[in-house]
Ligand binder design. Structure first.
Ligand SMILES: [Zn+2]
Ligand SMILES: [Zn+2]
Length: 388
């Protein structure tokens, strides 16, 4: 896969500030522009890979984290792209490492912004509806955030203020055609507004929906209640846009995309290059690996709960290695466990008990439950194939 890649500027071993040109068989050029990210330690994602797609209407996908907008422009120039070459910037999802640099970028370029309709609603402030007083200066997308004030005061508040006035050209659910050979897929789960962008039969920019090496963080269904009043009436059910089940269904869609468009070059938002090497992804294989990973984790949680009821934090302590539980890691780990427990409650294998504890019900139906969640489209696909 990396035969398409030409390194124009060499970055560091994690890929920070590389400039890479991918020349696809049709002649279409895509630039990989990984900007520095804030998070280090054992949950390090590596830089954010932004991409410039030089199609008929050239566009940028993502804008890096807060403070990286101008840096991204400089990296584009190193690749021979000036901002007047670009038509718009598309935001893959509302996480700060992807839209943090947006205000700075727009101020410098006046580029139009495209994003999923949920993004347009979640970046706004609704002080009267904020779940707790200290969050009234946060946009709705950050009401669930569990990071401490020391983190968000330094990394986020300024950029939230600037994004308030942003006007967004919104993209809908399902598949949306953006040009003759460019389309988006709304694939929630990691975030309710995740988009993947397909470039004909040649490449798929997947944001954080699938990543090499690491398993993207799934949202929790319970996050819906907090923002429901902001995003209704379009979405009335948590499971339509939040939670692990929805994430697994998005993986199913990616497997179908891989089936319909074999050989896509997959361009993820983190770790395409990391630890001094490329990490190419096979779309169907990686999606299946991630499905298997989550099924396995569900099994491990049921086993951990075999003895006695436990809180998400206690399950996380049993499940994750100690080094992953340092500092913020403990919060990240517990979040992942809650996502899985929500699914296990749906499958009937886990029940909630007093004191925020989960207990095993004695059944192990999660695998059948997950297969049913992801089976519909796959079954009809197989049937169609056998007629060929
Ligand atoms: Zn993300
Ligand atoms: Zn990210």
């Amino acid at each position: 896969m990396m035969e398409h890649a030409e390194t124009i500027h060499k970055g560091d071993g994690s890929g920070n500030e590389m400039v890479v040109r991918f020349r696809l068989p049709s002649g279409l050029e895509v630039f990989g522009l990984p900007t520095k990210n804030a998070y280090g330690g054992h949950w390090d994602l590596g830089p954010t890979w932004n991409y410039a797609v030089m199609s008929d209407r050239p566009f940028l996908v993502d804008a890096g984290k807060f403070g990286q907008g101008k840096r991204l422009l400089a990296m584009m120039e190193a690749g021979g792209i000036t901002n007047t070459d670009l038509d718009f910037v598309l935001i893959s999802h509302s996480h700060e490492d992807h839209d943090g640099g947006l205000a700075e970028l727009i101020e410098a370029t006046r580029l139009k912004v495209k994003a999923h309709a949920i993004y347009d609603q979640l970046i706004r402030h609704y002080p009267a509806q904020s779940p707790e007083p200290k969050k009234k200066h946060f946009p709705a997308k950050c009401w669930h955030c569990f990071m401490p004030e020391s983190f968000y005061a330094k990394n986020c508040l300024d950029y939230h203020r600037v994004l308030q006035g942003l006007s967004v050209d919104v993209i809908g659910d399902g598949r949306t055609q953006l040009g003759s050979d460019v389309c988006t897929y709304h694939l929630p789960g990691h975030s309710p507004d995740c988009l993947a962008v397909r470039l004909g039969d040649e490449a798929l920019i997947v944001g954080d929906i699938i990543l090499p090496d690491i398993s993207p963080w799934p949202t929790r269904k319970e996050m819906f209640a907090e923002v429901a009043q902001v995003i209704q009436p379009a979405y009335t059910k948590a499971a339509a846009i939040f939670g692990l089940s929805r994430y697994l269904q998005s993986l199913k869609t990616l497997i179908q995309v891989a089936d319909d468009h074999p050989g896509l070059l997959v361009l993820p938002a983190h770790r395409l290059y990391y630890n001094d090497r490329w990490n190419p992804i096979d779309l169907a294989d990686r999606s299946r690996q991630l499905l298997a990973h989550h099924i396995e984790r569900c099994g491990a949680i049921v086993e951990i709960l075999g003895g006695q009821p436990k809180t998400a934090e206690e399950i996380a302590e049993d499940y994750f290695e100690d080094r992953l539980l340092d500092g913020f890691g403990a919060l990240m780990a517990a979040n992942e466990i809650v996502s899985h427990c929500e699914l296990l409650v749906d499958s009937g294998d886990v029940v909630t008990t007093g004191g925020n504890r989960y207990a095993a019900s004695g059944s192990t139906q999660f695998e059948t439950h997950i297969q049913a969640l992801i089976s519909d489209g796959m079954a009809s696909k197989k049937r169609r194939r056998s007629w060929k």
